[in-house]
Design a binder for this molecule. Structure first.
Ligand SMILES: *Cc1c(COP(=O)(O)O)cnc(C)c1O
Length: 455
């Protein structure tokens, strides 16, 4: 029988998340206080995050137990299927085995609830009443809206204005789950008002929305802030994806030669790849890891590994990461979830260390792969996920040309049911490619914060 879905039972769902920090090839550079340039401590983060998440952020423990209340919610859609993309293999006439981990089956349609649920849980346990956050394309906002609902928290979402306009149904989804949604930049916060004073027509950016959400959390004792990517604890929660995939690849009696994921802040990539990176290190394998970004927001392929702010206004601590500079405002490409100026510090270290290879694709090539995938595997992928599909397809084509069979595993981080306007544009031939110009990158890098001295 040709097996298509490789399924784990609920009882076999992994009981721990994997923390890669103690296993990184280079030590993770400390997060610095923006005023003093000194490493920050738990007290600096306490206004924004609950203690349990701060502890996870700096934890040296390899395996972190998943609380039973989180596991109970995960079981609403987890374990997610691992799928052998046999129709895609046939369409490409490739000897490669192509597998994808289908994270689109969550209620919010992406991998993001894996961390939203965990974050809502730890906040609830510590008596927090409300969470604030930002959202780009709307996936993170909807994931947090769902998680807050399930744990009885209020949810306040600052949504990047261009997405608020382009994706009204993501807003409806958040509101259906009971969240309050405000287009960003807004006049509710100092950060928002500052941006609007300079540019009243600003379409916003993730960085600006972060500034707004952080400001509100910092000023209200019953409110904390929640971030959907980049931070260590977010990547940690996502590793359930890779832990499941490892067990499923074993059930399929196969193992990936290449692991591929798209990168916005790096969480879905890390979620799938980190457990396989652990296996590579402990078992001496030569698995390749490919991180895919848009040419319009080329943090890893054109940015630098440097200390930078996580937001636009400069309120957050300084994080050493691949960045295009915190003042970077991307063009309105359709993969809204990939429009952030930096990537996760842990992923940055792995790119710097040569364990993860970054690659960038323009959006028409990405949508071409998305449509091929939809027409062979049936699932309409999120434009973000289609970046991973593009790289997987190219890898499979190389296998055909070289006449070798390699096993390819990619993360289908979400579905594209709320992105049909983007598909309309593509099908009408109206999508434009955009490569972020070299001189703009250099300009943005001029305003990187000065760090007194690298610790
Ligand atoms: C948010 C999002 C991404 C990008 O975020 P990462 O933290 O890099 O995973 C990718 N795919 C989907 C479907 C998303 O919602």
């Amino acid at each position: 029988m040709e097996e298509v879905k490789i399924l784990l039972g609920e009882r076999d769902m992994p009981r721990t998340w994997y923390n890669i920090i103690p296993d990184l090839p280079l030590p993770l550079p400390p997060v610095l206080h923006p005023a003093t340039g000194k490493p920050i401590g738990p007290d600096d983060l306490a206004p924004l995050f609950p203690m349990a998440l701060i502890a996870q952020e700096v934890s040296g423990e390899r395996h972190v137990e998943i609380p039973e209340d989180v596991r109970r919610v995960y079981r609403m859609w987890r374990p997610t299927p691992l799928v052998r993309a046999r129709n895609l293999e046939r369409a490409l006439q490739t000897p490669a085995h192509i597998y994808f981990k289908n994270e689109s089956v969550s209620p919010a349609g992406s991998h993001k609830p894996n961390t939203a649920v965990a974050q809502a849980y730890y906040n609830k346990v510590e008596g927090v009443r409300r969470l604030t956050t930002e959202t780009g394309a709307g996936q993170w906002g909807s994931a947090l809206a769902l998680a807050c609902r399930l744990f009885g928290l209020e949810c306040k979402v600052y949504m990047v204005k261009i997405s608020y306009q382009q994706k009204p149904y993501r807003r409806s989804l958040m509101q259906t789950w009971g969240a309050e949604v405000t287009p960003s930049p807004s006049s509710e916060t100092n950060a928002g008002r500052q941006v609007l004073a300079r540019d009243p027509d600003s379409l916003g950016s993730l960085g600006i929305a972060i500034s707004e959400a952080v400001e509100v959390a910092a000023q209200n004792p019953d409110t904390k802030y929640s971030l959907g990517s980049v931070l260590n604890h977010v990547l940690l929660h996502q590793t359930i994806i890779g832990e499941e995939a490892l067990a499923q690849m074993a059930l399929a009696d196969d193992y990936p030669d290449v692991v591929i994921g798209c990168v916005g802040g790096g969480s879905n990539f890390a979620g799938l790849a980190f457990p396989f990176i652990r296996e590579r290190m402990t078992r001496g394998l030569d698995t390749r890891f490919v991180a895919v970004e848009p040419t319009a927001c080329p943090s890893m392929t054109k940015g630098v590994w440097a200390y930078d702010f996580g937001d636009t206004v400069g309120l957050t601590p300084l994080i050493k990461m691949f960045t295009l500079g915190h003042t970077f405002v991307p063009v309105g490409i359709h993969a809204g979830g990939l429009r952030y100026h930096g990537v996760a510090p842990a992923l940055s270290v792995l790119v710097q260390g040569g364990i993860v290879q970054p690659v960038a694709y323009p959006q028409t090539a990405v949508f071409e792969a998305a449509v091929l995938f939809a027409r062979s595997e049936g699932i309409v992928p999120a434009p973000e996920s289609a970046h991973a599909i593009r790289a997987a397809v190219d890898e499979a084509i190389r296998c055909r040309e070289e006449g070798v069979r390699r096993t390819i595993l990619f993360n289908l981080s979400g579905h594209g049911h709320f992105d049909m306007a983007a598909y309309d544009e593509y099908l009408a031939g109206r999508l434009q490619d955009y490569a972020y110009p070299e001189e703009k990158v250099r300009e943005a890098l001029h305003v990187l914060p000065q760090v007194p001295q690298e610790p």
